[in-house]
Ligand binder design. Structure first.
Ligand code: SAM
Length: 205
């Protein structure tokens, strides 16, 4: 490992171990600190309601899926997808595979059957290469795939929430969202690390 890489890994480990959200996730039995980003968005925007049908893209290790399943209750249904495996969660149907693979999208649509989808959530993020141009392009590819899916499966007043990384290309994607949804909000929840370029786009109706 190079000197720079090892010092950035050390910094990440130090930050992770002293992170209040990591500690809270352990105490509250959640699988990942990322759950608090969705909780904070939910606390303000109230996007999830009991009985909803929700698709969770980039779901592993399952923090969002656990929270969504709890919030929508037994009358709701979560369909989760990830390229990594995920331990089962009650009320969550998991599809293991790459969401950019049409076979996986097909498998997901078959599981959904004819159900109307109330919300498509995407916390998908590529493995970061460290090269911002490459990372931005990969992230956009995931965003575009999620949007194509949302446009096809969301019900008329549906919700699309996705993670994105700030950069020049994101403006085009945000404009595309504005063409398809009546409101688009850019959100930086407190649980999202301030030095991260990560933001969330919430598109409704
Ligand atoms: C930040 S993590 C998601 C954390 C999750 N929301 C939680 O709360 O536990 C991003 C996830 O996106 C997944 N991912 C990245 N590219 C993907 C792809 N092409 N298809 C499916 N999942 C993908 C990664 O495997 C990773 O698990």
């Amino acid at each position: 490992m190079s000197k720079t890489k090892s010092s950035s890994s050390k910094r990440w480990l130090h930050e992770h171990n002293s992170d209040v959200y990591v500690k809270r996730a352990h105490q509250e039995g959640y699988r990942a600190r990322s759950v608090y980003k969705l909780q904070e968005i939910q606390a303000i925007h109230k996007i999830l309601k009991p009985g909803m049908v929700v698709v969770d893209l980039g779901a592993a290790p399952g923090g969002w899926s656990e929270f969504v399943a709890k919030t929508i209750g037994k009358s709701g249904k979560v369909f989760a997808v990830d390229i990594l495996s995920m331990q089962p969660i009650a009320g969550v149907e998991f599809i293991h595979g790459d969401f950019t693979d049409p076979k996986i999208v097909n498998a997901l649509s078959q599981r959904i059957g004819g159900a109307e989808v109330d919300a498509v959530l995407s916390d998908m993020a590529p493995n970061l290469s460290g090269c911002s141009v490459t990372d931005q392009a990969r992230s956009l590819e995931l965003l575009e795939a999620a949007l194509v899916f949302a446009k096809k499966f969301l019900k008329l007043k549906g919700i699309f929430l996705c993670k994105a990384f700030q950069g020049a290309e994101l403006i085009k994607f945000t404009n595309e969202l504005r063409k398809n949804f009546s409101t688009v909000k850019i959100i930086k929840p407190p649980a999202s690390r301030s030095r991260s370029k990560e933001i969330f786009l919430l598109a409704q109706n």
